[in-house]
Design a protein around this ligand. Structure first.
Ligand code: ATP
Ligand code: MG
Length: 246
């Protein structure tokens, strides 16, 4: 039973280290909105040594972007595999689309035909200092994409994933020099996406904050405001949905 009254199809946009992965985890926990992260998919390909992984690792380590058509194919096949191309499913995308061309391909080839257009695009705004601090203190569990921060959210056992106990690692692209390139790439390729989504109805919503807690509190409110939460009488529009809750 989903927690939201209306399906939420969400894109998280934000520079490297702005906390997209952390907000994704929280939205999953709080509202049961499942997400996919293009970066996590690529890191799993690298770990598994696939053909895509081999190409990805050299590009990622330079702070550059993978080709648009390849990325769109990879994510679209994941959307199909999970049966998310439907108007009734809630989901979240982190890291894709990341360019204007990717957004157009995703919309025209996948989402529009399925009547499953994005209905919330969240732009995370965080200071450069906070981003630098995050990437310097970040550890990831590659198989799941879970993110830890040595300062704010350390693993229970140092160097180990809380759930599986498997080893955590640092991302090779979380190095200050590569970070600068990623930030530059972001500004050139992804910022124009904000303009693209400004033109597609009332989907774009920007939020600023220096910590993930501050941002999540606002995001939570916005999600409830837009999609309604089960059990929250004030936002329950149709009695059918309310009656079905147990
Ligand atoms: P962070 O995870 O710190 O918020 P990020 O968004 O830059 O930062 P990921 O989303 O994990 O990091 O992506 C890591 C790398 O994977 C990117 O720098 C890029 O090389 C590649 N990549 C991920 N998504 C895409 C995409 N949609 N298009 C092209 N390349 C991508
Ligand atoms: Mg990420």
């Amino acid at each position: 039973m989903p927690r939201l009254l209306r399906p939420a199809r969400v894109l998280l946009l934000g520079p490297p280290g702005s906390g997209k992965g952390t907000q994704t985890e929280r939205l999953l926990k709080h509202f049961e909105i499942p997400g996919i992260s293009s970066g996590d998919i690529l890191r799993r390909h690298i770990k598994d040594g696939t053909e895509i992984g081999q190409l990805a690792s050299s590009i990622i380590n330079k702070g550059k972007l993978l080709p648009d058509d390849l990325m769109t194919k990879v994510v679209a096949s994941e959307l199909r595999r999970r049966r998310w191309l439907s108007p009734s499913t809630s989901w979240l995308l982190d890291g894709f689309p990341r360019t204007h061309a990717q957004a157009e391909m995703l919309d025209s080839q996948e989402l529009e035909p399925a009547k499953a257009g994005m209905n919330l695009v969240v732009e995370l705004q965080v200071s450069e200092d906070a981003m630098l601090d995050r990437i310097a203190n970040r550890l990831v569990h590659v198989p799941s994409g879970r993110v830890y921060n040595l300062t704010y959210n350390p693993p229970k056992v140092p160097g180990r994933d809380d759930i599986t106990g498997e080893p955590l690692s640092r991302r090779p692209d979380d190095d200050p020099a590569v970070f600068r390139k990623r930030l530059k790439e972001y500004r050139a390729s992804t910022e124009p996406l904000v303009e693209y989504y400004k033109k597609s109805g009332d989907v774009l919503w920007s939020v600023a904050g220096e910590t993930s807690d501050v941002i999540f509190a606002q995001l939570e409110r916005e999600v409830v405001r837009r999609f309604g939460e089960r059990g929250d009488e004030s936002s329950e529009r149709d009695s059918e949905a309310a009656g079905a809750a147990d």
